[in-house]
Design a protein around this ligand. Structure first.
Ligand code: DC
Length: 230
């Protein structure tokens, strides 16, 4: 059967990665979480002191970009790939609220986007890929055969993220998460370079009141129809 490219875009914490992982598993496709790549660059910038509450040194971050190695390594036990930054597994560290607070500011830097989009295009050259992010259907793979744009209310999304962080033992306050979700929505959809927007040919999917199983079944059915038509 012919392989296609599936682009999953949308606001933060809409369950893009859960859906994209399920789809990739069911179709035997590669899954790529592009948010992890922006988060890894952010972690790098925070560790080097290029970004933070007090100081900013974006020119030095831009200079360091060509020397930064970002790679996904498949973890057989978990059944998905983890993010590596310069040979270190940073999968846990990139998911903290601290990284979430800084990531939108890093993701609006043109040079960062150019580097990551270039890597993403290379990963998807052979098709058979499900990639989630903000600009996959608009910039990375404008010719993707199947584009999904996911939305849900900010309150629902913040609650999901709050539960996720609590479950992994982080001490967090719901109101902080809601504020972070709303701030990121604003920055992600108002930035100059590749702002978050729905591709014209994407299907919009609001999962505010939908369970994971129903969501997966509907989208999976849709994907199979497109694959058969190809
Ligand atoms: O999907 P996520 O929440 O892990 O993404 C983290 C941030 O990275 C998000 O605030 C926006 C940015 N991002 C982006 O600008 N473009 C992408 N393709 C993926 C993520």
């Amino acid at each position: 059967m012919k392989k296609i490219t599936i682009a999953v875009d949308g606001f933060s914490s809409t369950g893009k990665s859960t859906l994209a992982k399920q789809l990739a598993k069911a179709l035997g496709y590669i899954y790529v979480d592009t948010g992890a790549m922006y988060r890894a660059v952010t972690l790098y910038a925070m560790r080097k002191g290029y970004i933070g509450e007090e100081n900013q040194n974006i020119p030095d971050l831009i200079k360091a970009l060509p020397h930064m190695e970002l790679k996904f390594v498949y973890n057989e036990n978990l059944g998905f790939s983890e993010m590596y930054l310069d040979h270190e597994n940073v999968e846990q560290e990139i998911r903290t609220l601290e990284v979430s607070k800084n990531v939108s500011n890093i993701a609006e830097i043109e040079q960062v986007r150019l580097k990551l989009v270039d890597l993403q295009k290379k990963m998807g050259k052979e098709k058979g890929i499900v990639m989630d992010g903000r600009d996959i259907g608009t910039v990375v793979f404008p010719d993707a055969e199947f584009k999904i744009f996911m939305t849900a209310s900010p309150e629902k999304r913040a609650y999901r993220r709050y539960k996720e962080l609590l479950d992994r033992g982080d001490k967090v306050v719901y109101e902080d998460i809601l504020e972070n979700v709303q701030k990121r929505d604003y920055i992600d959809s108002h930035r100059e370079f590749s702002p978050l927007r729905k591709a014209e040919d994407a299907i919009e999917f609001d999962n505010s009141d939908m369970g994971l199983r129903e969501q997966f079944e509907r989208i999976h059915g849709y994907a199979l129809r497109i694959i058969k038509e190809e």
